[in-house]
Design a protein around this ligand. Structure first.
Ligand code: D5M
Ligand code: FE
Ligand code: ZN
Length: 481
């Protein structure tokens, strides 16, 4: 008999309780991590009622084995690029993409009072400056030399160049990303150049968050890297089995979100085959299916691709195509979406994005690092764009519409990619970086990246309380904040 079980039984017996044989059977068949707590709770409650037998019904109620009919699991896909992907051609496509980006973000910023004074860049040449003037555009360059910064913006009418003298404002200039949308307040300098007096980002307005009516939990996962030698198969399997355990939190889980890098892929980086256990995409996906099948059918599973998954590399990515393994598409409780996607879980809006752009942003922005991915996520929210920088490491497809603009404000922002589980809040939005289930790879060792794999983060969609299960024995201090 398991140690926890013996302890729990002795506790109840010492308190003068009898345990009905049916109840005993339930206890024996479940691997109950929190058994001690549960038994103590039952003993306390039943002592109050002056009833001294623990029966099957008590256990089912306390273990939550009984299906709770009040727990909802309504899922709606609010935005998915899969069917919208058209891919324009060459320069024409990119012109359309950037013009779509500009127009969408100008619409977002037009909610601000300052935007009433907004002028087009071309009109600055022909009209006199009176009072405050604002222009907006996509950042084409930012240069800091000695004590001056120079910022260049582009709108459909032309290019604007302004100088920044103020020290604080220069720091802001330093954090701007190429191709990000900004609005600036400007004035005329002595030699008729423009001075930038303020920089305004589209950002997130204060808003009320949506909550689920019932206390349902959603689990946030990503970066499983199934097929890799470093995939933590044993730990991940244990976690998947925990989902059907009597743990009170597990009993309330109705959603599992997988934010990309489901499999490790093939040919993603040089000599990858030496680090693979499964050498083909089909084999890798088959293994993924085997694990996802173990998730109870009353839990909806949302699967989004990352840079290691099949489909296309450039953002936005379509859902993992059916041709590689149709069974994921055929599973009744699985919803396949592209990257990025917005889903509503019992009315709670979750924006899912794998997070490829984090690599480019960390490289070019002072103060941001891989250790604190949620700070990068805040940067994305302020810019209202998931991958502003064009032409760096993250490939962006020449779509006619920019599907990476953050139009809808989410309640939860779910990102992965950097293999560090971390939580934070920004303007009422819960930021979740869902970490990974892949051990540190030789590549990550070589660049000094320290992942914290094996942690499952989950959120109560009614209270927004967070719960985690740690399957990584090497980690003591699981979450930094
Ligand atoms: O990426 C996991 C993390 O490792 C992510 O932050 C990118 C980084 N990474 C992985 N491979 C490379 C290369 N070749 N160059 C730069 N950075 C890299 P994942 O998508 O899981 O591989
Ligand atoms: Fe990954
Ligand atoms: Zn990735």
């Amino acid at each position: 008999m398991k140690k926890e079980l013996t302890f729990a039984l002795n506790y109840a017996l010492n308190k003068g309780f009898q345990i009905h044989p049916d109840a005993f059977k339930i206890l024996e068949n479940f691997d109950v991590k929190k058994l001690e707590k549960i038994i103590k709770e039952i003993v306390r409650e039943k002592t109050k009622q002056k009833l001294f037998q623990i029966n099957q019904d008590d256990l089912e109620t306390y273990l939550g084995i009984k299906e709770d009919p009040t727990l909802q699991s309504k899922i709606k896909v609010l935005s998915d690029p899969t069917k919208k992907i058209t891919t324009g051609e060459g320069v024409k496509g990119y012109n359309a993409l950037f013009s779509s980006r500009f127009n969408k973000l100008k619409r977002i910023i037009s909610d601000r009072p300052e935007s009433k004074k907004l002028k087009s860049i071309a009109s600055l040449k022909t009209t006199k400056q009176e009072g405050d003037t604002y222009v907006c555009g996509l950042v084409t360059s930012r240069i800091s030399k000695r004590n001056i910064s120079k910022l260049t913006l582009e709108d459909p009418s032309g290019l604007f160049e302004g100088i920044v003298f103020d020290n604080e404002l220069q720091k802001t200039v330093g954090t701007l990303l190429t191709d990000q949308f900004v609005m600036v307040r400007i004035g005329l300098g002595k030699n008729s150049g423009f001075i930038i007096k303020n920089i305004i980002l589209p950002d997130i307005p204060d808003q009320a968050i949506n909550k689920s009516e019932s206390e349902v939990y959603a689990v946030f996962l990503s970066d499983l890297h199934i097929g890799s030698k470093y995939f933590m198969e044993e730990e991940f399997t244990k976690f998947i089995l925990w989902l059907s355990s009597p743990d009170p939190v597990a009993r309330k889980i109705r959603f599992v979100l997988i934010g990309g890098d489901v499999v490790d892929g093939v040919g993603i980086y040089p000599n990858q085959d030496k680090e693979l256990i499964c050498q083909t995409i089909e084999e890798q996906l088959k293994k993924a299916v085997g694990l996802i099948e173990k998730i109870p059918k009353n839990i909806k599973v949302i699967i989004m691709p990352g840079n290691h998954d099949p489909g296309r590399r450039a953002l936005p990515q379509p859902a993992i195509p059916k041709k590689y393994n149709s069974s994921l598409w055929e599973m009744e409780n699985v919803v396949m979406v592209g990257n990025p996607a917005v889903v509503s879980l019992n009315g709670v809006k979750v924006m899912m994005f794998h997070g490829q752009s984090i690599d480019d942003i960390v490289k070019t922005t002072p103060g941001l690092s891989y250790d604190k991915p949620t700070n990068v996520m805040k940067h994305l929210l302020k810019a209202r764009h998931l991958s502003p920088i064009y032409g760096s490491q993250t490939p962006i497809a020449p779509e006619m519409e920019d599907l990476l603009v953050i139009e809808d404000i989410p309640d939860i922002f779910h990102v992965g990619h950097v293999h560090r589980a971390e939580l934070d809040m920004y303007k009422g939005i819960l930021l979740v970086n869902s970490g990974s289930w892949q051990k540190q790879t030789p590549f990550q060792v070589s660049v000094g990246m320290t992942p914290n794999p094996g942690i499952a983060l989950m959120v109560n969609l009614k209270t927004f309380q967070v719960h985690y299960e740690n399957y990584n024995l090497e980690l003591d201090n699981i979450l930094q904040s």
